[in-house]
Design a protein around this ligand. Sequence first.
Ligand SMILES: Cc1cc2nc3c(=O)[nH]c(=O)nc-3n(C[C@H](O)[C@H](O)[C@H](O)COP(=O)(O)OP(=O)(O)OC[C@H]3O[C@@H](n4cnc5c(N)ncnc54)[C@H](O)[C@@H]3O)c2cc1C
Length: 298
Amino acid sequence: MKDVIKLLTSNNVPFKTNMPATLISSFRGGGVTSVIAYPESVDALSECLSAAVETGSPYMPLGNGTNVLVRDGGFKGIMISLVGFRSISIQGDLLVCGAGTGLRNVAEAAEAAGLSGLEELTGIPGTLGGATRMNAGAFGRELADLIDGVTVFDVATRSVRKFARSEIPFSYRSCGGAFDAAIVTGVALRLRPGTAIKEKSDFYRDKRRSLQPAAPSLGSVFLKPSDNMSAGYYIEKSGLKGARVGGAEISEKHANFIVNRGGGTASDYLALMSLAQTVVDGKYGIKLKPEIDIVGEE
Ligand SMILES: Cc1cc2nc3c(=O)[nH]c(=O)nc-3n(C[C@H](O)[C@H](O)[C@H](O)COP(=O)(O)OP(=O)(O)OC[C@H]3O[C@@H](n4cnc5c(N)ncnc54)[C@H](O)[C@@H]3O)c2cc1C
């Protein structure tokens, strides 16, 4: 990592070294990331990618880390944080935002402008870039329903390009690989004028609070196995609520959440995932697939 540090330093890109997952992942447990860089411009982003490519280091973009589990062996590469790409501009019913803008801030700006569409997503703790990559959704609404276009930094050509909504094969919690070789830098959302936006947002935020645990987590662990059944249903029916490994626990409140009860490691989290997968497969023949992104070394 010395060469990476040298390159980032010589190009004035802010970075930190040896960052524990307690500060990166909202599970608040896991391994150490060698370098996390904080570019605030496309040029700086380009320098981060050059540093990674020239030194053969693995890299990944990072938003708020609310869907990322870093294995206990750590991520021996560069995480490129997009939180410096924060902006919101309202052009009629179009909201044009930097990828590092928190979904919460985007929803608040929409509400203040009398624009409707994001109410169901209020309370998802990620950035707009992370939410676009994951096609985040809740209560029947997906971000893909609102996206007008996405601006990315293309890793191969080292240039900025725009995707129209029709070019992105979004599906349930997926962008269809559209951003596998690209980092989202900006997202335009097409909303519509509405009424009672605050009331609707409050309703969904309260509903979320009543259904989800407050302890540190990564949100839903597994994807829905079918349209009409949730992973949580099968995990709960398998009697696994409250199951514990080390400091990690399958939430008593929501069976598709694994929470950190204090000192939980990534291995604890993964052991509970594996338990849920084995038991649900054995009882129901259903293979649960992770919704979260698992990175780093064992
Ligand atoms: C309490 C809680 C509740 C949650 N509720 C929901 C919910 O209701 N619905 C839902 O869908 N999710 C939910 N989540 C999961 C998570 O918040 C979302 O997936 C969110 O969109 C992730 O955003 P992030 O910025 O934290 O992304 P990160 O976790 O930082 O990254 C997630 C993935 O996206 C990639 N990525 C991040 N930024 C970019 C970028 N700019 N360009 C390209 N790739 C990028 C990362 O490399 C990683 O692969 C919840 C999580 C928690 C902790």
